[in-house]
Ligand binder design. Structure first.
Ligand code: FES
Length: 104
């Protein structure tokens, strides 16, 4: 099972080992600060917003139109922004690192 590192809005680095599946749900299950997932993963809230470390960005499946639309309404969006509810943590993403933006 892969591991993933979250860097929280307050700067704490949290690495989870042997986890997999939906990245937003993994964060919720481990009470990671700053990932709320208010819409339950249907791409309509952006409370699961993360910045993906550049080396990992190209390894993710491209964002779909709903994800792009939702991110377009978030003032914190950058080139490496993704919604964590749209990321499946698989073996291919073992070691993924994401930062969580501060709330507005
Ligand atoms: Fe709402 Fe990801 S949980 S957009």
């Amino acid at each position: 099972m892969p591991k993933v590192t979250f860097i929280t809005p307050s700067g704490t680095k949290v690495t989870l080992e042997d986890v997999g599946g939906n990245l937003m749900e993994i964060a919720q299950d481990h009470e990671i600060e700053g990932i709320d997932g208010d819409c339950g993963g249907v791409c309509s809230c952006s409370t699961c917003h993360v910045y993906v470390s550049p080396p990992w960005l190209a390894k993710l499946d491209p964002a779909g139109s709903s994800e792009k639309d939702t991110l377009s309404f978030d003032d914190r969006t950058r080139d490496n922004s993704r919604l964590s509810c749209q990321i499946e943590l698989t073996k291919a993403l073992d070691g993924l690192e994401v930062s969580i933006p501060a709330k507005e």
